[in-house]
Ligand binder design. Structure first.
Ligand code: MF3
Ligand code: CO
Ligand code: CO
Length: 249
């Protein structure tokens, strides 16, 4: 898992300087695809099976702008503008292991409220990570995230959760980003999973667009997300997609 997760962080670092007004999300996608291939990996999202009735995911990364909660599909018509926030979610598959990580970027000059949403979301992810303790419970993670997010006046998306990840992209256990301390499965060494909270400016309700992938806030207010993959070991928690040299944690 370590090399795959390191690669996901390096890919996000590679994309970071390109996240500027005027670039299309398709250009970001194509740069990510080329970089991933050059590094001997496969873009796991490309062709990922959709739910019944939906197409397989058609691109290599997810790009989710403003009211898009997650699973935005890169498109030549989606051109970043100053004031946007955009989440880029990458999952290189390297030597049969998945490294799953995402960050939300501020494009040009953004409003103070948008910046605060992004900062609180990132901090909420770290509060969730800090709640991971051997012998603790999965519910401890969501409780820590929810408590902080709601105290800051934001809501936590219910419809998408973190997940076990290894040779399988979306494995057990599910990691809700809301919940009750002391509830849920016990956290034990050997577990590898993501924590990837989505926080909304308005209510937590989401809906799917007609493409059956793009999830947007029902009230069309902003949503932000950050994601790390981490491993629980006897020694503690290792945040596999975190490199101290990363441009953004
Ligand atoms: N990377 C996303 C996650 O964090 C999943 C994307 S699946 C896709 O779980 F098919 F939309 F790419
Ligand atoms: Co992801
Ligand atoms: Co994930």
């Amino acid at each position: 898992m370590r090399p795959a997760c390191r690669l996901s962080s390096e890919l996000l670092d590679y994309l970071t300087p390109m996240v500027q007004p005027g670039i299309s999300t398709l250009e970001l996608n194509d740069a990510a695809e080329e970089w991933t291939q050059q590094h001997g990996a496969i873009s796991a999202p490309l062709g990922y099976p959709g739910p019944k009735g939906a197409i397989d995911f058609p691109k290599s990364i997810c790009t989710s702008i403003n009211e898009v909660v997650c699973h935005g599909i890169p498109n030549k018509k989606d051109i970043l503008q100053s004031g946007d926030i955009v989440n880029i979610d990458v999952t290189p598959l390297l030597n049969s292991y998945h490294g799953d990580s995402s960050r939300t970027f501020l494009v040009g000059e953004v409003s103070p409220q948008a910046r605060r949403l992004v900062e609180v979301t990132q901090k909420a992810m770290w509060k969730g990570i800090e709640a991971v303790k051997v012998g603790g419970r999965i519910g401890d993670i969501g409780a820590a995230i929810q408590e902080y997010a709601e105290a800051e006046g934001f809501s936590v998306v219910r419809d998408f959760v973190g997940h076990g990840v290894h040779r399988i992209f979306h494995a057990e256990p599910q990691i809700p980003h809301y919940g009750v301390r002391g509830k849920g499965k016990k956290i034990r060494p050997g577990m590898v999973f993501t924590i990837e909270p989505m926080l909304n400016e308005g209510t937590y309700d989401v809906e799917l667009l007609a493409d059956q992938w793009t999830a947007v806030t029902k009230d069309r207010k902003l949503s932000a997300q950050f994601e790390h993959t981490l491993a629980v070991t006897k020694a503690g928690v290792e945040v596999l997609t975190y490199l101290p040299t990363a441009v953004v944690a």
